[in-house]
Structures are given as C-alpha cells and as structure tokens.
Design a protein around this ligand. Structure first.
Ligand code: SF4
Length: 326
C-alpha cells in the first residue's frame, strides 16, 4: 500500500522531518490497517504539515490543541488509529496543558513530539526545550529559561507509554513507533529532530559514531542497561536515582535491569538525559496497562443506553425531555 500522498513536501532541504515522514510511511503498512482507518491530527508548526503528506485521513488543526481534537475523535471512533503530530513549541508551550491532561487521562492516541529545540515556522525563537544560554533571535544574549525534559514531563503525568528516538536512527525510531502503535492508551514518542535552518546540529553529538557510543543509553525492557562499545559503560543505582559507571568497575549484579513497568525507574532514567546531551536515554522508558479514557466514556454511554432509565433525562438535565435512542 502506498502511504505517500500526492502533495509536494514543503519542508526545508535537509530537515529531519523528512526522515520521520519516510520512516512512518514505510512502517505503517506493516500494521495491516486500512488507510481510511488511520488519522493524523496536527497542531501548528513545521512538523504539523505532516498530515498533508500521508495518504490517510488527517487534520491540520489549532495551535497546541491537536491532543484535544484527537481525544474527541478517539472517543467517538474506536475503530480508528489516531496519531497526533506536534512540535516542542506546539506541544509544550501553548499546548502544554492539553498534552499533560491527555496523558494523565490515557486517551488512546499515539503522540509524535518532534523536538528540534527551536521555533522553526516562526523563524528561530527559543522554545520550551531550548537549552539554557541558547542564543536565538528572541534571546540574543542567551536564554535564561530552564527547559522541559519532555520524557520527564510525560512520566510526571503518569503517561502509560513514553519513548524517545533520534530522527537519523531509522531502526530505533521504527522500533519505538511500532511499540507505541501496539500500545493501548496514550503513547508519547519524543523524536530529536534536526532543524538545519534555525538550530542546525543540535543533536550532532549523538550522531557522531564515537560520541554516540559514549552518550546514547538505549534501554530495552528486561535487559541490563549497558552502552558503549562492547558494553563498556552501564547504569547503576545511586540513592534514589541512577548514575553511569564503567562496567569493569561494577559487579554485574549491580547493573540496573530495565523494567518499563516501573515508573520510578523510568523517571530516574529520564533524569539521566541532560540538556547538554552528556547522556541521552533512548528506547521505551515506560509501558503500563491502565484503563483508557475513551474506553471508560464509551462504557458509560453504552451502560446508560442499555439501562434506558426512565429518569435519565432528569439525571442529566434535571428535566424529562431526553429520549434514549438505540
Ligand atoms: Fe524543518 Fe527547520 Fe525548515 Fe522548519 S524551519 S521545515 S524545522 S528545517
């Protein structure tokens, strides 16, 4: 099946958005879904042009409000696979409130957060994920804002699925996307995405082969957390948190084994990712089963319909003018 639309892709040459789009277009067919049962809802920003380029249903919606619109869709149409596409400004600034409430409610949505640490569409202002000291058009002598760590934020809202991947790591990105797609509930995937025009090279240290060995900690559920060439480094416990050590200096039994159902461990892992990218954790931080908001709403509606109580109108509206149909 062809998931490419006939629209001309209008991102700047070299934009990381192309890789994510390409990855999504090549991965989606493997889910075996009908294209007409897939919907991409976006907000405002460069990445929010995404729905135009997918040969599925889609909606380029309102700044920061894509999770709210997608929530309504997920509640009304459980037969659809609903994806939200958003950026660091859209999701974490104007849309921050909508994002955290969607995550805590556990609406059955897959949320792709393209994080390029800058406002690209409006030409280069600092965003909620820009690092402290960042010089941009709106912070000419450096940002004094402390940035959000999107994974920590999502875990603070007790999101039931949280992952992170790099735009340039197609295999890693595909793996996280596949797991997100298979998850029932809100799945937030943060994607480090290069903006070559306004924040070029923001993640280059993670793309250099030698530096990546030292910096990227890819976690796999059930496996000891080692990284670097031949597992040279590992993650161990330190107080209530985690720290990085040389594997040779640590007893094997002290190496932390990833457990994505352990919220405290997931949160401690998120804190290992520093804004200066000394270390960055990728993979699936958290995966937990808990009731979804949309299932709960539909169950209540179905229960009310089945019961057809004579006093339903009175219960809902304080008057007897309501008719239950179906
Ligand atoms: Fe991509 Fe940056 Fe251009 Fe936006 S401004 S399309 S994020 S390269």
């Amino acid at each position: 099946r062809d998931y490419k639309s006939d629209q001309e892709v209008r991102w700047c040459p070299g934009c990381g958005d192309y890789i994510v789009l390409n990855t999504m277009q090549s991965f989606l067919p493997s889910l075996g879904l009908k294209r007409e049962n897939i919907v991409f809802v976006s907000g405002i920003g460069c990445s929010s042009r995404f729905p135009y380029y997918m040969n599925t249903y889609g909606m380029h919606s309102i700044h920061g409000r894509a999770p709210a619109i997608a929530s309504g869709l997920a509640v009304a149409r459980p037969d659809l696979s609903v994806w939200v596409v958003t950026g660091d400004g859209d999701a974490l600034s104007i849309g921050g409130n909508h994002l955290i409430h969607t995550l805590r409610r556990n609406v059955n949505l897959k949320i792709l957060l393209f994080n390029n640490r800058i406002y690209g569409l409006t030409k280069g202002q600092y965003s909620p994920t820009s690092e402290e000291g960042k010089v941009t058009k709106s912070t000419p002598i450096g940002s004094v804002d402390h940035p959000f760590n999107p994974v920590s934020l999502a875990l603070g809202a007790e999101a039931s699925f949280v992952g992170r991947a790099l735009d340039s790591d197609k295999a890693g990105l595909t793996s996280v996307l596949r797991q997100a797609a298979e998850h029932r509930g809100s799945a937030l995937v943060e994607i480090y995405q290069n903006c070559p025009i306004f924040n070029d090279g923001a993640f280059d240290v993670l793309k250099d082969a030698d530096e990546a060995q030292r910096r990227i900690i890819n976690v796999v559920d059930g496996e000891p957390i080692r990284f670097g060439r031949e597992g040279e480094y590992c993650v161990t416990r330190e107080g209530f948190g985690l720290t990085v050590a040389k594997s040779a200096d640590v007893d094997a039994s002290d190496i932390v084994v990833h457990d994505a159902s352990d919220l405290n461990l997931s949160f401690a892992l998120s804190r290992l990712s520093t804004q200066d990218l000394t270390h960055t954790v990728t993979g699936v931080f958290r995966r937990a089963d808990r009731p979804t908001y949309d299932d709960g709403v539909r169950a209540q509606v179905n229960e009310a319909k089945a019961a057809k109580p004579a006093n339903l109108s009175k219960l809902l509206h304080g008057k007897d003018t309501w008719t239950v149909v179906g």
